[in-house]
Ligand binder design. Structure first.
Ligand code: AHR
Length: 647
């Protein structure tokens, strides 16, 4: 009895303290807003890291489908019986390896088994399209048995292909699986006596994003689409630079028929000793055409990045000089023609032949990624001159290097200003303290010259670098500063985007997946809230005459949306106690009492959405009443809130 009355008294005392607390006053100045928010401000950055493309978004289920992994034609495959690698008379010259299967008539048979990307994920009753190229070498009947084998060793789908021609021909078969299995295998068995050649063995779920052949994994593409990204930067990152120039991302290799897109090494295969991924290659099945198509699907502006003639400086000093830079510049010019040129142009024709005669409307190009030193600005200048001479409307994105501050950062910014590029890419993978202390980072940036593209950022909480709610909260706080300075920061993209739980090299990442499931991180929800409620005009908002950048743990920004007639307040409380906030809204000419909504993202600081617990961190919505004069609201401790008030 005694204990419970003490508890009640304590509770009443705390409630009294909380309610009697003097509210924190925040004033929305509501002057004529001068700063507009770019309509494409919040976007996505795709890099083929962590199996993001092959084994991830790209829905191909067969690894090393063309037997062209450099020096390892059998990687991903197990063979039995008599199986030989050959190249003579190959149907796809840029992927020259194929297999010859010979069954001398032994009962043990001859065949190959593909392990997929850390297994092949299949779903009960779902359909899968298997295709392969084959030619008969021996006379008589040639039959291939095709099977999906579950992790338990059961045959869960089967079919048969009769190879009828001695010329290379594409054969297709549809599977329906009897069971769900995240780690199945594909077996192709030559059941008749004799010889056959096989090449480009591919299997896709029938149900891809928008039902496309050579399509994307539906849940992963949907997770991107649901963000409503305004801009889409691709294909990387370090991936565009390569571990050396030979293995840089070359967009021309990523277009045209998929069978003939040459396999390339992945930049992330051996980079981290603790996360070696020797089976990481790029099939380029997800290539530049597909990237542009995804941009169109999402309503996002395409922001392709090309090599500036310098390989990844974290790995090598390899770089071209003098006239050797010309082909790199030509690649950039041709890319613009591929995206925007008429169907009568060389590269516009390639786009049209791939099924998209209309231009993609590309506006931006990134030259180089995290470059530093004196060569980069020189290279960039040469690109800029050539691009502007032919395509003056294209906006060029330069770089401030890999770090958010320091000597190189200052030097490169100086050079970017001299060149007057439209945007400068800034990257910051930093700890929570940095994110919170930098909410005012852009308040004093120069309003003249290049704008900022926050092209890669994520809050890294040591030691595990989880996609914890705390990391997302710090990003939300930081983003209030980006929104407040929307005249300086025109684009922002979190990084990286995807990670396979069994094949990652880097974390945190925005969306995690295995072969069948995916999960949106707390960080994804922050991005979504910003991208869904960007507003169109920034309002000045002050606490005691200052920008709201962490005083008493509060971070805030306000924007009006002139199209939706809304006032959108983003407010983060990083403090351990609830805060009563009195917003002075200064709205004029409105009915007295209005309804709005409050969307709150709140969870334990260490909470993280996982495949097994995907909705631990997710927003909740409630109604709020506000008045033309103001809004009195209580903001939960350690929470991110978006208040959407209809005007
Ligand atoms: O996003 C991962 C990597 O981080 C990018 O490739 C690179 O630009 C940065 O160093």
């Amino acid at each position: 009895m005694k204990l419970s009355s003490t508890i009640i008294l304590c509770f009443l005392f705390c409630a009294f303290i909380a309610f009697s607390q003097e509210p924190i006053k925040i004033t929305v100045e509501n002057q004529k807003p001068e700063v507009t928010v770019a309509s494409n401000m919040y976007g996505i950055f795709f890099e083929d890291i962590n199996f993001a493309a092959d084994g991830g978004l790209y829905a191909e289920l067969v690894k090393n489908r063309s037997f062209d992994f450099p020096n390892s034609p059998f990687m991903g495959w197990t063979s039995y019986g008599k199986v030989e690698v050959k190249t003579d008379g190959a149907p796809f010259p840029r992927n020259p390896h194929y297999l010859r299967l010979n069954n001398p008539g032994l009962l043990t048979g001859t065949g190959i088994i593909n392990e997929g990307f850390r297994g092949i994920g299949v779903v009960k009753d779902a359909k899968y399209n298997l295709s392969l190229y084959a030619r008969k070498i021996s006379a008589g009947e040639v039959k291939l048995k095709t099977e999906i084998i579950s992790a338990a060793g059961e045959i869960i789908a089967k079919g048969e292909i009769e190879v009828t021609s001695s010329d290379w021909k594409k054969y297709k078969i549809e599977f329906q699986t009897k069971e769900t299995c995240s780690h199945s295998k594909l077996r192709i068995d030559l059941v008749t006596k004799g010889e056959v050649d096989v090449e480009h063995i591919s299997m896709f779920p029938a149900d891809t994003w928008k039902g496309r052949e050579n399509g994307m994994r539906k849940d992963l593409a949907q997770a991107l689409s649901d963000l409503k990204p305004g801009v889409f930067r691709f294909p990387g990152g370090c991936i565009i630079e390569g571990n050396n120039l030979e293995t840089r991302y070359q967009w021309k290799n990523s277009v045209g028929p998929v069978e003939n897109r040459p396999v390339n090494e992945n930049r992330w295969n051996y980079v981290f000793q603790h996360r070696f991924t020797p089976d990481y290659f790029q099939s380029y099945g997800l290539g530049f055409f597909e990237y542009f198509q995804l941009c169109e699907d999402f309503g996002a502006d395409a922001l392709p990045v090309v090599s500036c003639g310098m390989a990844c400086q974290f790995v090598t000093e390899e770089c071209v000089h003098g006239e050797d830079l010309e082909p790199f510049i030509q690649d950039a010019l041709d890319l613009i023609e591929f995206a925007n040129g008429p169907v009568t142009s060389t590269w516009g024709k390639v786009r049209a032949e791939m099924g998209h005669p209309a231009p993609f409307g590309m506006k931006y190009i990134g030259i180089g990624n995290e470059q530093w030193g004196e060569v980069f600005p020189k290279h960039l200048e040469a690109f800029q001159k050539a691009i502007k001479a032919k395509y003056p409307e294209i906006q060029i994105i330069g770089s401030s290097g890999p770090y958010a501050e320091g000597e190189q950062f200052d030097y490169l910014w100086g050079e970017m200003k001299k060149l007057n590029v439209e945007l400068v890419d800034e990257h910051y993978y930093k700890d929570p303290k940095w994110f919170l202390e930098n909410a005012g980072r852009y308040d004093n940036y120069s309003r003249k010259g290049p704008k900022v593209f926050a092209g890669e950022y994520a809050c890294h909480v040591q030691p595990e670098k989880k996609n914890s709610f705390y990391s997302a909260l710090c990003e939300a706080a930081f983003l209030t500063g980006i929104e407040r300075n929307a005249d300086v920061v025109r684009l922002a993209t979190y990084a990286p985007l995807f990670a396979h739980v069994d094949a990652w090299q880097w974390k945190p990442d925005m969306i995690w997946f295995d072969n069948l499931r995916s999960v949106k991180s707390a960080n994804w929800y922050v991005q979504k809230l910003y991208a869904h409620y960007p507003g169109t005009h920034v309002q000045k908002v002050k606490m005691n005459g200052e920008n709201v950048t962490g005083q008493q743990g509060i971070y805030a920004s306000v924007a009006t949306d002139e199209n939706k007639k809304q006032l959108v307040i983003k407010i983060v409380n990083t403090g351990k106690s609830k805060k009563n906030i009195l917003f002075n809204l200064n709205l004029k000419g409105l009915p007295n009492e209005l309804k709005g909504k409050k969307i709150t993202l709140k969870a334990g600081l260490d909470d993280e959405n996982t495949l097994d617990e995907p909705f631990l961190v997710q927003p909740s919505e409630s109604e709020v009443l506000f008045f033309s004069s103001g809004l009195n609201i209580s903001i939960a401790p350690e929470s991110f809130n978006v208040l959407v008030l209809g005007l």
